[in-house]
Design a protein around this ligand. Structure first.
Ligand SMILES: Nc1ncnc2c1ncn2[C@@H]1O[C@H](COP(=O)(O)OP(=O)(O)OP(=O)(O)O)[C@@H](O)[C@H]1O
Ligand SMILES: [Mg+2]
Length: 247
């Protein structure tokens, strides 16, 4: 009989001491198999969500771009004819500013949905841009080291590592009160190693933090690639996150 998630909450925990070795082994096998099905489902849903975001980004680029670009051209036409007239000039200027804001908003939304540098220049360039931008905004000193040996990677690995770094950097900016952040991406035996370190206040209770949404999302993304995720933190001395992804 299958168990629905809502039933599980109320299901009594089995008395493990009453089970013999064979039953316990069976239970471990079942749990492992359920675990790997959940990891596969989680990876599928994440990749599906990335595909939908990329499609939405393309749609916004084409449709919204198709509205804003001609509006800007028509406005330039009007400005050339009426821009000197004090009756029209302030309204035309305001309209121009509004259209520019719309174009900028469109660009930012598209970039958040699907980082264009990732598609055009690859992971190192996209991460450099993102980390430097986020560090500037958070007034953090940042150091990035990307090994020359890390070239273009499979698309699912590039987007996963990008989303991981987005969350890690956002956590450092939000929670760490750090002065600096180090990011390193380098080959490791059998795969790649990503390391993000900060010199901030550290995490009080790493175990509790790991079950929070941001961290569990990161762990699920890494599990989906068959990798490992490790957090080391000392109170007052900062936090280090190490990720290994097999290639
Ligand atoms: N670099 C860090 N330095 C200090 N504390 C951190 C750091 N990263 C995470 N934390 C702590 O771990 C907790 C859990 O982080 P997590 O990313 O899971 O959630 P969040 O950032 O609070 O919320 P969300 O990511 O959903 O916006 C944070 O609330 C914070 O207390
Ligand atoms: Mg977070």
């Amino acid at each position: 009989m299958s168990v629905r998630p809502s039933d599980r909450r109320d299901a009594p925990s089995p008395d493990l001491s009453a089970l013999d070795a064979g039953e316990l082994r069976g239970m471990v096998v079942r749990l492992r198999s359920e675990n790997s099905s959940l990891a596969a489902l989680s990876k599928f849903l994440q990749m599906q969500s990335e595909r939908e975001k990329a499609a939405l980004a393309r749609e916004l680029h084409d449709q919204l771009g198709g509205l804003l670009t001609p509006a800007k051209m028509d406005l330039a036409w009007l400005e050339a004819r009426l821009g000197e007239d004090p009756q029209f000039a302030p309204r035309l200027q305001r309209l121009s500013k509004l259209i520019d804001e719309g174009i900028d908003l469109k660009r930012r939304i598209i970039e958040a949905l699907r980082p264009s540098l990732l598609d055009h220049l690859g992971l190192s360039a996209a991460l450099t841009w993102h980390v430097e931008d986020a560090c500037r905004a958070a007034n953090l000193e940042c150091r990035t080291r990307f090994s020359d040996q890390v070239g273009r990677l499979p698309a699912d690995i590039e987007i996963t590592l990008y989303r991981l770094v987005q969350e890690m950097v956002s956590n450092v900016a939000q929670h760490s009160r750090a002065k600096g952040l180090d990011l390193e991406l380098a080959p490791a035996p059998g795969g790649l190693r990503l390391m993000v370190t900060d010199d901030g206040v550290g995490i009080d209770d790493v175990q509790a933090a790991l079950s929070s949404h941001g961290f569990s999302g990161m762990q699920q993304r890494v599990n989906g690639l068959g990798g490992t995720f490790k957090v080391t933190s000392t109170k007052g001395k900062g936090t280090k996150i190490e990720v290994f992804v097999p290639l």
